[in-house]
Design a binder for this molecule. Structure first.
Ligand SMILES: Cc1cc2nc3c(=O)[nH]c(=O)nc-3n(C[C@H](O)[C@H](O)[C@H](O)COP(=O)(O)O)c2cc1C
Length: 374
C-alpha cells in the first residue's frame, strides 16, 4: 500500500508548526470568560474547565480574556496576569495542558470602558458605585447610555498600558504559556481605539486610521519584543465593528501591519462595540465570520476563523477552501468538550479511538467491538 491509496489526512488533524511551536492539530478553544476568578487568580474551576479541553485533544487551549491591569477586568471575577502572584496558579494549568499534548495559550486583555460591569448573564449591567472602579477609554464617551463615564487616557497613560501588556506577556511566559493572543475585538480597550465611532480623539492616537491603529500597534510591538521569538503571537480583531466605523478594508490594512510586527495569526471576530461579544453585526448562521478570516488570509496574513463552527466536516471545508489556517470553537466546546475527538471521528481519521487519552480510548474501542458483535 502506498501513500496515494491512503485516505488523505484531514487538514484539521494535520499538525502545524508556527515559529517553534507545533500544534498537534488545527483546533483551538476560543477565549471564553467564566467570571470565576478571585482577585485575578484562576482556581480549581479554571484547572478543570481548561484542563478538560486538553483531555479533549484541542490543538490550542486558550484562556478567557485575562486582564493586564486590575482595572482592565470586566467583572471582579475575571482572571488576571497583572501581578507576579498570578503566575503559579496559571503555571499549574499550563503544565497540565502541555502534559496532555495541547498548547496552552493566554488571551491578554484590557476591558477599557466596558469594565466594571456585571456578567453577561446580568446583561453586563454596570456595577454600582460601591463595586465599580474608574474605567478608561479613548474619550469620556461611555460604551452605551447608562454605562460608566470613562476617563480619557492621556498619551503617558497609554504608554503605561503598553508597558502593562508587555509585563503581562513576560508573566505569561513565566507561567508556561506557549502562545498569546492580544484582544483587540468586541469594543474593549484596544478595539475602542480602532473604531472612529468611539475614538474621536484629535491627538496622535486618534484621527485617521493610522492614528487609531497606533495604540494597538504599540502594544503589539511591545509584546513581541518581550515574547520569545519561537512562540506564536495571535491578535483578535473585530473585522467589522458593527457600527459602520471600522470595516474589512481597515482590518486587512491592520493585519498587514500586524504581520510586519511579528503577529503570526489574526483571529477574525466581529462586533461588540457595544453589547456582548456574541452580539454580531451581521446575520448569524454557521460560519458567519469565515469570510472575514478568508479575506485576511487572501491578503497574505494567516487567519483563524471563529463563530458558529459546529462540526468537523464544516471546519475541514473551511481549511480545504483556504479560508483560514486555524479553527476556533467557542460555545460548541462548552456543549461538547470532546469536540475535537468527535470531529476526528466524523472525518474518519480516528476509527480506533487512538487519539483519545488511552484511559478512555482503549475502553471505547472495546465497546465498539462489542457493539459490532451485538
Ligand atoms: C461564554 C463566552 C465567553 C466569551 N468570552 C470571550 C473572551 O474572553 N474573549 C474573546 O475574545 N471572546 C469571547 N467570547 C467570544 C468567543 O471567543 C467566540 O468568538 C464567540 O462565542 C463565537 O464563537 P462560537 O459561535 O463558536 O461560540 C466569548 C463567548 C462566550 C460564549
Amino acid at each position: 500500500m502506498n501513500d496515494a491509496s491512503l485516505p488523505a489526512r484531514p487538514l484539521l488533524f494535520t499538525p502545524m508548526t508556527i515559529r517553534g511551536i507545533t500544534l498537534p492539530n488545527r483546533t483551538v478553544v476560543a477565549p471564553m470568560v467564566q467570571y470565576r476568578a478571585r482577585d485575578g487568580h484562576p482556581g480549581d474551576f479554571h484547572f478543570v474547565h481548561l484542563g478538560k479541553f486538553a483531555l479533549g485533544r484541542f490543538g490550542i487551549v486558550m484562556t478567557e480574556a485575562t486582564a493586564v491591569e486590575a482595572r482592565g477586568r470586566v467583572t471582579h471575577g475575571c482572571p488576571g496576569i497583572w501581578s507576579d502572584e498570578h503566575i503559579p496558579a496559571w503555571r499549574r494549568i499550563t503544565d497540565y495542558i502541555r502534559a496532555e499534548g495541547s498548547v496552552p495559550a493566554m488571551q491578554l486583555a484590557h476591558a477599557g470602558r466596558k469594565g466594571a460591569t456585571h456578567r453577561a448573564q446580568e446583561n453586563t449591567r454596570p456595577y454600582d458605585a460601591k463595586d465599580a472602579w474608574p474605567v478608561v477609554g479613548p474619550t469620556t464617551e461611555p460604551t452605551s447610555a447608562g454605562h460608566h463615564i470613562p476617563h480619557a487616557l492621556t498619551a503617558p497613560e497609554i504608554a503605561d498600558i503598553v508597558r502593562a501588556f508587555a509585563d503581562a506577556a513576560r508573566r505569561a511566559e513565566a507561567a508556561g504559556f506557549d502562545a498569546i493572543e492580544i484582544h483587540s475585538a468586541h469594543g474593549y480597550l484596544l478595539a475602542s481605539f480602532l473604531s472612529p465611532i468611539c475614538n474621536t480623539r484629535n491627538d496622535q492616537y486618534g484621527g485617521d486610521r493610522a492614528g487609531r491603529m497606533r495604540f494597538p500597534l504599540e502594544v503589539t510591538r511591545a509584546v513581541r519584543s518581550v515574547w520569545p521569538m519561537h512562540k506564536p503571537l495571535f491578535f483578535r480583531v473585530s473585522a467589522l465593528d458593527g457600527a459602520d466605523g471600522w470595516n474589512l478594508d481597515d482590518t486587512v490594512a491592520l493585519a498587514l501591519e500586524l504581520k510586519a510586527l511579528g503577529v503570526d495569526v489574526v483571529d477574525c471576530s466581529s462586533g461588540g462595540l457595544t453589547g456582548t461579544a456574541t452580539a454580531a453585526p451581521i446575520p448569524r448562521h454557521p460560519g458567519f465570520q469565515v469570510p472575514f478570516a478568508a479575506t485576511v488570509r487572501k491578503a497574505g496574513v494567516p487567519s483563524m476563523a471563529v463563530g458558529l463552527i459546529l462540526d468537523g466536516p464544516q471546519a475541514e471545508k473551511i481549511l480545504r477552501d483556504g479560508d483560514a489556517d486555524l479553527i476556533a470553537i467557542g460555545r460548541q466546546a462548552l456543549y461538547d468538550p470532546f469536540w475535537a475527538l468527535h470531529a476526528a471521528e466524523a472525518l474518519g481519521c480516528d476509527p480506533g479511538f487512538g487519539m483519545w487519552p488511552d484511559e478512555y480510548g482503549w475502553w471505547l474501542a472495546k465497546r465498539s467491538q462489542s457493539l459490532v458483535r451485538a
